[in-house]
Design a protein around this ligand. Sequence first.
Ligand code: PEP
Ligand code: MG
Length: 327
Amino acid sequence: RRAEFAQLRDLPAVTRDGTRIELMVNAGLRDDAAALDVVGADGIGLFRTEFQFLVSATLPQRERQQRLYRDVMDAAGERPVVFRTVDIGGDKALPYMNVDANGEENPAMGWRALRLALERDALMKAQARALLEAAAGRTLNVMFPMVSEPWEYDQALLLFEEQRRWLASRGRMGPAAIRYGAMLEVPALAEMLDQLLPKLDFLSIGTNDLTQFLFAADRANPRLAERYDWLSPAILRFLRRVVEASLAAEVTVGVCGEMGGRPLEAMALLGLGVPRLSITPVAIGPVKAMIRSLDLAPLRALMPVWLAEGKGLRAKLQGWAAEQGVA
Ligand code: PEP
Ligand code: MG
């Protein structure tokens, strides 16, 4: 079906009944921005900045970070790029950094991502400066990983705003605008959305970590890989709550975990009202084909019924998709 997907490249991700979905890619390397044109995506919804740190033999200095970010934005052109601040630590330990994950029994739940970055704030400040200067004169989209409580988001935002003021005080050009977002991948944060959402420009749900924490099931353990279904009622009910709270607060909400890269799972997410997906580039074709063959309104009406019934969701979604002729 490769030729069929290629034909969709220049067509928008719009449902049969006219809802435009933002379909973006997950990326991490300089060359990934080129994939935007190859697959026909609306932007980069998750740029994993830690890749540069993981492939480097030494800590990437600010200038090197800045060059990467600028190159990626240049390649993306008018399309948005959402930079995620470093998600290192835990099992993504760096030989040149004095971050010892060996002492941690559960590195996925350890001193990683924002937890590490807010304490090692020289690292975070350098990254903030690199992003702010790379985005001089344009819009910077930045999001923070593993936010577990709203104050962590506040502190990260403050750090960025301080760097922005510092640049301005030196007469250096910063971004024309900044849009700040948080990742929702720690379940506790879902309870605090009333306090968090008013401060956000966007929320991005990281279903890889979120589902491992919801089910207490290590995402890297192959023995558990098939045990819990992304289309389980627990996950979909949880996501519905987050999506509805975001939409009610008029905060753009998206999903950037691997779940959105599978057409049936992506269909379920749209059925919950998710307007933005960020997925692996090879999944853009199949997911776009699904979107363009989908009548969203009837699915939106059915989802609450199926969620209330609370079982057999995969079969119901599959059956409905087949009956409706969804690709
Ligand atoms: C996630 O956790 O869903 C996510 C998108 O981030 P990562 O896979 O990099 O942890
Ligand atoms: Mg994650």
